[in-house]
Ligand binder design. Structure first.
Ligand code: GDP
Length: 337
């Protein structure tokens, strides 16, 4: 199994989950900074390979799977990375309820496999490792900091197989930092969205449908509960935070969030306003199939540590995010209309 050969000139980064939303933003950022970017791609005939090669021709793809240790050792040996960004995961909460074992194998054990691959390759002193942790680990039961946003010291109480798997991943990553002195940082990221978000997430589902309604391609939208609240930021800002974590002089844990929380209903209101509709109700139906067995009522993060220690800043606010996504989807759908 041969992969691309490394050159000695640039800094090298290995990204798992490169076909996902954050993978795309991060690959672009690293490329703009002169990195040689390696991306893991899994499975035979991965449907996303062609799109990735078209959009990011500079990403050097290595076939590997987070559940296959041998393939990860090969990927690490081939890319000799200065930095690893572990973004690969089953990342959808609803899906994780239907596929809990697969979620555990990939989202939880995958990070252990990758950390071990770094260790057995003898690169644990030279490779910096980013673990994509998540606000879903908190579970939205705000009993330890009532009223305030979750920070790096808040109590965890995950409410989905996804959140539980991510909590294992978070702790095993911290454990490798403490046990082996590896440079392992975790980013506890609150929801982050944008034009690359998958349609299975509520924000993109809404903006895609609003654009389709605007263009006369669709007449309604079916959703689950509208009252849950999320701290929604722009993914482009969040991947910059990941990179900043690995440039810091020591490994640590950081919350990335906006410090604001909004309901799905507020998102809907702004999305329909972007196409000049003041009332979204005639277009939205409630469908119980989109409800979760256990819901996270409210997520609100406190990003003050990342702002203070890393100088992390956001460029897109909540109305800006909704508008950016609706405008993008109108453009994309008009091309096919
Ligand atoms: P999550 O916060 O990682 O679960 O991100 P999602 O975008 O999948 O869901 C955000 C919130 O929207 C959750 O409270 C969901 O229960 C709620 N929601 C309501 N209707 C829908 C829907 O049709 N699809 C999704 N994905 N979520 C929905």
């Amino acid at each position: 199994m041969r992969g691309p050969e490394v050159t000695d000139t640039a800094r090298r980064a290995l990204v798992t989950g490169v076909t996902g939303q954050d993978g795309g933003h991060l690959a672009e950022l690293l490329h703009s900074k002169g990195y040689e970017v390696f991306g893991l791609i899994r499975g035979q005939r991965n449907a996303r390979r062609e799109a990735l090669e078209r959009e990011f021709p500079f990403v050097r793809l290595i076939e590997a799977d987070l559940t296959d240790q041998t393939s990860l050792i090969h990927a690490v040996a081939t890319s000799q990375p200065h930095e690893i960004y572990n973004l690969g995961a089953i990342s959808h909460v609803g899906y994780s309820f239907r596929n809990p074992q697969l979620t555990a194998d990939i989202t939880a054990k995958g990070v252990l496999n990758l950390l071990e691959a770094v260790r057995v390759s003898g690169l644990s002193d030279s490779t910096r490792f980013y673990q994509a942790s998540t606000s879903e680990m908190f579970g939205g039961l705000d009993y330890n900091r009532p009223g305030a946003g979750y920070n790096e010291n808040s109590l965890f109480h995950p409410r989905s197989p996804y959140g539980v798997a991510k909590l294992y991943a978070h702790w095993i990553a911290r454990n490798y930092r403490e046990s082996y002195g590896m440079f392992v940082s975790t980013g506890i990221l609150f929801n982050h969205e944008g034009e690359r978000r998958g349609l299975e997430f509520v924000t993109r589902k809404i903006t895609n449908a609003v654009a389709a309604i605007h263009l006369g391609l669709q007449d309604h939208l079916a959703l689950g509960d509208l009252w849950p609240k999320r701290d929604w930021g722009y993914a482009g800002d969040y991947v910059r935070g990941m990179w900043q974590m690995l440039q810091h002089h020591e490994p640590d844990d950081f919350v990335l969030a906006t410090g604001e929380t909004h309901s799905i209903e507020e998102f809907l209101t702004l999305a329909f306003a972007a196409i000049g509709e003041t009332d979204w109700k005639p277009y939205v139906r409630q469908d119980p199939q989109f409800r979760r067995p256990a819901e996270v009522d409210i997520l609100l993060g406190d990003p003050s540590k990342a702002e203070r220690v890393l100088g992390w800043e956001r460029t897109v606010d909540f109305p800006g995010l909704v508008s950016l996504m609706v405008q993008h989807d109108i453009q994309v759908l008009s091309r096919h209309a």
